[in-house]
Design a binder for this molecule. Structure first.
Ligand code: GLU
Length: 301
């Protein structure tokens, strides 16, 4: 069965951009009678708040986006659905990656990485220069008690995949991101490891989200392969822009769910999302039911 998911980080109130990803993913799977999972990505203990997760659930209900599994009540058989409760699973798969011999402990600080980074990226991405990488890989030893983050070596070869919306993609992880972190020095799990373990174990077949995560998809496919999981299909949505073509800002308060709910009905908000997604040619109110039958090339068949 087609299984999609929405995986918000409960670090604040949702805004139009989050709603867009949620609506599109929900519509995509529900058009084909699929299953939709709500996973709470609360790995960052400083920024994640239960109250935010509750608001996210309330906003999704208000829009009519009901989930078949997941959420704060951990409904379903693939739980827990809060990343903060999945520590043992992440540790299990980290150990499997360590056993490949392609991980190593890294003691570089952010300042070290900034000064040693490989050629500077115009978009501000920082590419790790491999300072702590062992000279021989796979490396037969790994000192799990040594301080530092756990980093994963990435090969200087192409990762190719066909994104259902963005089309054919080619990334070279050595050039595009460098060896990346699986577990931080303070023990916090990386987004990349957690998302792959969760999507794989929750049986996700389709990941639909914003195209700012295309490079992450390449990193995730690399992890899927190392762990022996089959990757889902990826569908990366074009990011929403305003009339001037500028990316919508999270800081624009009129786009937060708080003001959207104050000034609009659910059908009016869905009308804004549908128009921004080019599903409709006006911002007229529309119901989820109506959106289910509107044709669009954004939806995989
Ligand atoms: N928690 C991530 C975010 O909110 C989810 C990214 C994803 O869908 O993989 O950006």
């Amino acid at each position: 069965m087609v299984t999609g998911r929405f995986a918000p980080s409960p670090s604040g109130r949702m805004h139009l951009g989050n709603i867009y990803a949620a609506v599109m993913s929900w519509l995509s799977v529900k058009r084909r009678g699929g299953r939709w999972i709500l996973r709470i990505e609360d790995l960052d203990p400083q920024r994640s708040k239960k109250a935010h997760a509750e608001m996210i659930e309330d906003d999704l209900h208000w829009l009519g986006l009901d989930w078949d599994e997941g959420g704060l009540e951990n409904k379903g058989s693939h739980g827990p659905y809060l990343q903060s409760q999945r520590h043992d699973l992440y540790q299990h798969y980290l150990d499997r990656l360590i056993a490949t011999g392609y991980t190593y402990k890294c003691r570089c600080t952010r300042a070290d990485i900034m000064t040693t980074q490989a050629p500077h990226q115009s978009d501000g991405r920082v590419i790790y220069a491999g300072t702590c990488r062992p000279s021989v890989l796979p490396c037969p030893t790994f000192d799990s008690h040594a301080p530092g983050a756990v980093r994963l070596y990435v090969p200087d070869s192409d990762i190719c995949f066909n994104d259902l919306i963005a089309g054919p993609q080619i990334y070279n992880l050595a050039r595009d991101c460098g060896d990346f972190i699986l577990c931080r020095a303070d023990g916090a799990w990386s987004y990349q490891l957690a998302v792959v373990v969760d999507d794989a174990l929750m049986g996700i077949t389709e990941v639909m989200r914003g195209n700012d995560l295309l490079l992450s998809a390449a990193q995730q496919i690399y992890l899927y392969r190392l762990l022996g999981f089959t990757p889902p299909l990826f569908a990366h949505l074009p990011l929403l822009t305003n009339e001037l073509g500028q990316r919508l800002s999270k800081r624009d308060n009129s786009l937060s769910m708080e003001s959207l709910r104050r000034d609009h009905t659910p059908e009016q908000v869905l009308g804004l999302v549908a128009h921004a997604a080019r599903l409709t040619d006006s911002t007229s109110p529309v119901s989820l039911n109506e959106l289910l039958s509107i044709p669009s090339t954004l939806f995989p068949r």
